[in-house]
Design a protein around this ligand. Structure first.
Ligand SMILES: Cc1ncc(COP(=O)(O)O)c(C=O)c1O
Length: 487
């Protein structure tokens, strides 16, 4: 509370100093850019940008920086009053997974992600002149929010460039923290290009969200906290996008205890770290839409790679279905709303990709909790479907009065609830006295779904289930294949 009050005072004083007038905004193209911390519509077209001029000064592929343990401890000291030391608690998921699971709940930070650590550190380390001129960042959301929020508290003008695919909630939050938000670029590479070019043009400091050495050091502080909070850790599992968090945590943890395994996890739809391992260096990677939107970075950072390459024991890529199930488990078992990126560690465990740690103590970093509510709804439905608790079947029944109600009664007789029913007459190939009924049902669990399937098969000749997954192997299921197997 006291901190909040001090911050509010600090913020008010600083915001007065930096809020720009409309006249100042019009000055954007003039040479005197110092006077223009915020300027709406200040972006130039991405197409006109010269690639040679958009290099990130903090990230030189020829001279990558290896972040040291000392830098991380220094970051921990400098951010201690502005960033929360979040709880790391034993999880109810321990019995389910057969591991002694601890959850580091960094989604409880003010802006809902660990990104505040690096953002705060990079911003407090700016010179007075740099603070006065302001900063610019490119981000899909969490880094942008963190920079916007701490810029707001510290009175530093902030511009964030967010690709058009950035989740609306994250964009909205940045605006609430008074950042100048520019939505441009179809992906992170394009947004980054624009942000760097704006920084050169305006004298703003560009803060790379995963590869700036101070960002890596700031993110590493979460590793220090984990080892203070939990004894005898065997492994730490780290969701990985651009690699900054993984690098910082790896240095912190391995320096204090080289025996602890460091495991990185990414979605198979944006496997840029795995690709770097295969190629021996960071390399552009094709990425697709993923539930783990925070990890969708097409190439990991050079500094992150240099810092972490010899410290990571294993890199796992997880399938989307498992991310959905992990989100669901965290809500149901832990009452934690965690976004896809943050749930990847648990996804890897549920998918059986970390079975070597059965019986061991494993810390999962729950890195973020920012998810649009509509996306959350979709994730839960996908999770339920992947889990075999939301099932879809087609049953051909008699079209005589009572035929459909008999089917519904039969389904209800074993405690299965019907979510949706559609019946089809025109395209049914069997006799004209039949109707095909499509039913979406909610069951208690996988076994309950199997009970439903067996019951319907015992009563009707034509029954097709679209999506009862094979238990323990969700990913081998496709609706079509399953149709044949389950009929
Ligand atoms: C929630 C969440 N988890 C993990 C990461 C991965 O961090 P990094 O890009 O440093 O690898 C991100 C990146 O934005 C994130 O938003």
């Amino acid at each position: 509370m006291v901190l909040e009050r001090i911050c509010a005072k600090e913020r008010e004083a600083n915001m007065e100093k930096y809020t720009c007038s409309p006249e100042a905004s019009d000055d954007y193209d003039s040479e005197d850019t110092d006077a223009v911390p915020f300027s709406p519509n200040c972006h130039e077209s991405l197409k006109n940008m010269d690639d040679a001029k958009v290099e990130d000064p903090s990230c030189d592929p020829e001279r990558p920086v290896k972040v040291s343990f000392e830098e991380i401890t220094s970051a921990a000291y400098k951010i201690r009053s502005g960033v929360m030391n979040t709880p790391c608690m034993r999880s109810h998921l321990s019995s389910l997974t057969g591991m002694d699971i601890y959850l580091k709940k960094d989604f409880l930070q003010n802006t809902g992600s660990f990104k505040e650590r690096g953002a705060r550190y990079a911003m407090v380390m700016l010179t007075q002149e740099q603070k006065r001129k302001g900063v610019v960042a490119a981000s899909l959301g969490n880094h942008a929010q963190a920079v916007a929020y701490h810029g707001f508290l510290l009175g530093i003008p902030v511009t964030v460039v967010m690709p058009i695919i950035a989740p609306i909630m994250k964009v909205q939050k940045c605006r609430e923290y008074n950042a100048n938000v520019i939505m441009e670029g179809k992906n992170m590479s394009e947004a980054k290009k624009l942000a760097i070019s704006l920084s050169t043009k305006n004298g703003w400091t560009y803060i790379n969200g995963y590869d700036h050495p101070q960002i890596i050091a700031g993110q590493g502080t979460v590793g220090l906290e984990i080892l203070e909070q939990v004894e005898d850790v065997d492994a730490v599992v780290v969701p990985t996008g651009g690699g900054g968090l993984l690098a910082g945590v790896a240095v912190a943890v391995k320096t204090l205890n080289p025996g602890i395994k460091i495991i990185g996890v990414e979605s198979e739809r944006c496997a840029s770290y795995a690709n770097a391992i295969q190629n021996g260096k960071p390399i552009p990677t094709a990425i697709e839409g993923t539930l783990a939107d925070g990890l969708a970075v097409p190439m990991i950072g050079y500094n992150a790679w240099e810092t972490s390459k010899n410290l990571v024991d294993k890199m796992v890529t997880v399938k989307e279905e498992w991310i959905a199930v992990a989100i669901l488990r965290l809500i149901e078992n832990e009452k934690c709303v965690v976004e896809g990126a943050g749930a990847c560690g648990l996804a890897a465990i549920l998918a059986g990709q970390l079975d070597e740690f059965k019986g061991k103590r494993v810390v999962l970093l729950l890195t973020g909790g920012n998810m649009d509510t509509t996306i959350l709804g979709r994730c839960l439905e996908r999770g339920l479907a992947a889990d075999g608790r939301l099932v879809k079947c087609k049953v051909t029944v008699s079209d005589r009065p009572g035929g459909i109600s008999e089917l519904c009664k039969l389904i209800g007789s074993i405690g299965v609830s019907i979510k949706d029913v559609i019946h089809e007459r025109a395209w049914v190939a069997s006799d004209v006295f039949s109707v095909e009924v499509k039913v979406v049902c909610e069951t208690r669990d996988y076994t309950h779904s199997i009970e439903l399937r067996d019951l319907l098969l015992s009563r009707y000749k034509k029954v097709r289930f679209d999506n009862i997954p094979f238990q323990g192997n969700i990913t081998s299921t496709t609706g079509e294949e399953q149709d044949e197997d389950e009929s």
